[in-house]
Each structure stands twice: as structure tokens, then as C-alpha cells.
Design a protein around this ligand. Structure first.
Ligand code: PHE
Length: 455
């Protein structure tokens, strides 16, 4: 039977760690804090939390229900449910998106390795001013050989895990990495919150100032919720397809969403108090973690240890996410094309590396990719817009429409409850998937098309 040779999580905990590993990534520890910082703090955080509850959790459950029912990758899943329709193309878009995201995500993930190295060798031990830190960053991301090597190294680590399969690779790795991640996060958060002035950082994060609300803030919050929960490309379909039949899936899915959200908040608890401690503005944008933090580690007590722990955390979080991105693509080739998993992991990881080269070169390494085709955007930015913004949003919208209107809520619920555990609030969930999610996600889609602002 398919299940036997595809593999399965050993139980609910194995699934929760792996799926939370997918969800918790650069999105939580790099993107969430700077997006919250750019969008004024508390009001953004509040809206983000509301979106996780009203949109994120329903879409997580919608994807998981498809995966559990079909026990297949995204393409195979739609083929099994509605053969001879256009829906399998939605699965195909998901597989392509996984590949597209991995090809730029692995570049950013590679940077974390260099920062980890820098932290260990003590580059961040002494006080460095903001200019020095920015120069260091520009130098790193603009060094073609270095960035390409780091990307290759990160993809190599990813392949090593994925080739070993679901329980022997992904679950084994995440069972070690996720507790480690949590431990580092908690230690760092306690350290940061207890810094003098730490409460100012907390106030920034938790006191909503509604005058800061705008269309962009709302769009960014929903986009961030989808990206952070790994939604819209079938990662949760794939991870749900390995879920043991007897366990409670909806409870596990909700646990993953709450875990992911809790970690984003914890990352905020690390970063904002530290920023306020040294008196740095929180609205620095994407450079927050790579430029601002290195310049403040030297002023923190035990700054070097703080730096090592922080970049180890970032690398671990990124790795458990790249694993899930590659897994979606590998699962497709294993299930649908009959490839051997080991072969699939190496070939697809290698191919992804080739596609990642232009993104590695697009932050200064090569002028052509840094300002791609005169757009003023880098190759990496463009990939983030195509795959990270449009594709995930369209994917999430269509998945809701599929579950809500084609497959039907009763069938989805049947799949979620097939272990015999009744889902609380099941009617409300149906309403969210059928109406609220499609409307909200469509609004965001229209907003990014019209304004060309991205999350
Ligand atoms: N959720 C991951 C993060 O926050 C990114 C991701 C998106 C992973 C989509 C898989 C699928 O970093």
C-alpha cells in the first residue's frame, strides 16, 4: 500500500515538530520583527494575531484535510480527489512554488551560516558601529564566491535530511532541532526582556497604536500570516499526508499554528527590548537582524554568546523550513514519477542550487542580477514577489475555494475527524473557509496587484 513505502510520522508529536519546523523559519525570526517594526509595532501584531486565528488556522486545516484524505503530494492529491479537472494544476503550482521559494530562501539561509561563523570567531564580540556593521553585511552579500558557497552548503544540509525520508530524516532532525531552537529562544528572550529599558520594547510590541493602521499594514499582516504558516503551496498537504490515521489531526494542526505564532512573538521579545536597550529605532527594515543586531551585540552583556545563540537559532529555524520546501518537490517526484527518494533529493536539490545562483549574485555579486532587467529590483526580490507573494496568495485562495465550494466542508471535516475526534467549532470553521478566507485573501491579492506593494 502507498502508505507503507511513503513513510509516516511516528505520532502526533513527530508531526507537530516537523510541521512547526516548516512554519517556524526566517519568516518568524527575521521577517516578523522587521515587518512589525516597519508597521508600527502593537497594532500590526494585534491584526496579525487576528489573521492567524481567522484565516491562518482555517487554511492550515483545509490543507491538512486534503493531505490526510489522499495521502499524496499536492499534485497527486488533487488528481485523486478530482481527476480530469484543472485542480491538479493547483497542486503543480504548489510544487513549482516550493521550488521557487527554496531557490531564494536558501540564499538568505546561507547568510545565517556566515553570521554564525562570524559570531563564533568573535567578530561581533566588540562594539561595532552601525556603519561598520552595514559595511560587513554589504561585503558578505556582495561576495559572489562566498554567497554561492553558502547557498550550496545550506542546500546540501537540506538534501542530507530530506533524502533520509519522513521518519528517518525529517522527523529525526526536527526532534533534535526544534527543542534546541525553543531552548535558545527562551534563554535569549529572558535575557533580552530583563535588560534595562526592556519594558519599552515590550510596550512597543504590545501597545497597539491604531493611528498606525493602513492598507499596507493589514496586507502585510495577512501576507506574513500565510508565509509564516507555510500556506498556499501544499506544504501542509504534504506533511498532512504522512499523518497517522489514528491521531487527532485538527488538534495537531492548531498546535502547529499556535506554536508558530508563539515563536514569532518570542522573536519579538528578543529583538525589541535589545533595540530599545541600546536606543536603536525598530523600523530599520530587512537589515534589522543582519545589520542592526550585530552592531548592538557588543553593547549587550555577554554579547558574543548572545550572538552565537541568536545566529544558531536563525540557521536552525531556516533549515527546518528549507527541508519542508524541498520535501514538497521530492514527494511529487517520488509519488507521481516513481523516483527513488535519495535520487530525487540530490537531483532536485542540485537543480535548485543552479536556480539559486542568480539570487545569490543579486545583492551586489553581479550588477545584472542586482538590478534585474532595469526593474530596480534584484533577482531575489523578484522571486520573492512572484513566489512568496503572488503564488502563495493565489494558492491559498484557490485551496479555500476548492475545499469550501468544490470538495465541500462536510468531506473536509470528515477527513479531519477521521480518527474519531470531533472538531470543536466545526460549523464556524466551514464559514471561515467558505467565505471569510476567500474574501480576505482576494482583497490582499487585489491590493498587491493594484499598489504593487509587497509583503
Ligand atoms: N514558513 C516559513 C518561514 O516562516 C517559510 C515557508 C513558506 C516554508 C512556505 C515552507 C512553505 O520561514
Amino acid at each position: 500500500m502507498a502508505t507503507a513505502n511513503r513513510g509516516q510520522w511516528s505520532g502526533k508529536t513527530g508531526f507537530i515538530l516537523a510541521a512547526a519546523g516548516s512554519a517556524i523559519g526566517l519568516g518568524n525570526i527575521w521577517r516578523f520583527p522587521y515587518t512589525a517594526g516597519e508597521n508600527g509595532g502593537g497594532a500590526f501584531v494585534l491584526i496579525y494575531l487576528a489573521f492567524v486565528m481567522l484565516i491562518g488556522i482555517p487554511v492550515v486545516l483545509a490543507e491538512l484535510s486534503i493531505g490526510r484524505k489522499t495521502e499524496k503530494n499536492p499534485v497527486g492529491a488533487f488528481k485523486a480527489l478530482v481527476p480530469n479537472s484543472l485542480w491538479p494544476y493547483l497542486g503543480g503550482l504548489g510544487v513549482l512554488t516550493g521550488f521557487g521559494i527554496l531557490a531564494f530562501y536558501s540564499v538568505l539561509a546561507g547568510w545565517t551560516l556566515s553570521y554564525l561563523y562570524g559570531a563564533v570567531t568573535g567578530i561581533y564580540g566588540g562594539v561595532m558601529n552601525a556603519e561598520e556593521s552595514a559595511a560587513l553585511f554589504t561585503h558578505l552579500i556582495g561576495d559572489p564566491v562566498l554567497t554561492i558557497s553558502l547557498t550550496a552548503a545550506f542546500l546540501f544540509l537540506t538534501v542530507i535530511v530530506v533524502r533520509k525520508g519522513v521518519s528517518g530524516g525529517i522527523e529525526k532532525a526536527t526532534k533534535i532541532l526544534m527543542p534546541l531552537l525553543l531552548l535558545i529562544l527562551i534563554i535569549l528572550a529572558v535575557r533580552s526582556v530583563t535588560l534595562p529599558g526592556g519594558s519599552e520594547g515590550l510596550a512597543y510590541l504590545f501597545t497597539p497604536d491604531f493611528s498606525k493602521l493602513s492598507g499596507t499594514v493589514i496586507m502585510s499582516a495577512l501576507g506574513q500570516a500565510l508565509f509564516s504558516l507555510s500556506l498556499g503551496m501544499g506544504a501542509m498537504i504534504t506533511y498532512g499526508s504522512y499523518f497517522p490515521k489514528t491521531e487527532n489531526l485538527h488538534q495537531a494542526g492548531i498546535a502547529v499554528a499556535l506554536f508558530d505564532t508563539g515563536i514569532a512573538i518570542l522573536a519579538g521579545l528578543i529583538i525589541f527590548p535589545a533595540l530599545f536597550f541600546v536606543g536603536v529605532e525598530p523600523g530599520a527594515g530587512p537589515g534589522l537582524v543582519f545589520i542592526v543586531l550585530p552592531s548592538i551585540f557588543g553593547s549587550l552583556p555577554a554579547g558574543q554568546l548572545f550572538a552565537i545563540a541568536f545566529y544558531a537559532l536563525l540557521a536552525i529555524a531556516a533549515l527546518t523550513s528549507t527541508i519542508s520546501l524541498l520535501e514538497v518537490v521530492v514527494a511529487y517526484f517520488v509519488d507521481e514519477k516513481g523516483w527513488d527518494r535519495n535520487k530525487a533529493a540530490w537531483i532536485l536539490g542540485g537543480l535548485c542550487f543552479v536556480l539559486a545562483v542568480p539570487s545569490s549574485l543579486s545583492s551586489g555579486g553581479s550588477a545584472m542580477f542586482t538590478d534585474f532587467l532595469g526593474t530596480g529590483l534584484s533577482f531575489l526580490d523578484i522571486n520573492n514577489i512572484i513566489w512568496g507573494n503572488y503564488s502563495l496568495t493565489i494558492g491559498a485562495l484557490l485551496i479555500c475555494l476548492f475545499v469550501g465550494w468544490q470538495w465541500g466542508i462536510p468531506t473536509a471535516l470528515e477527513s479531519l475527524e477521521s480518527s474519531g475526534h470531533k472538531m470543536p467549532g466545526r460549523n464556524f470553521l466551514g464559514f471561515l473557509i467558505k467565505v471569510v478566507c476567500p474574501v480576505a485573501i482576494s482583497i490582499v491579492l487585489i491590493y498587491i496587484i493594484v499598489t504593487q506593494q509587497y509583503f
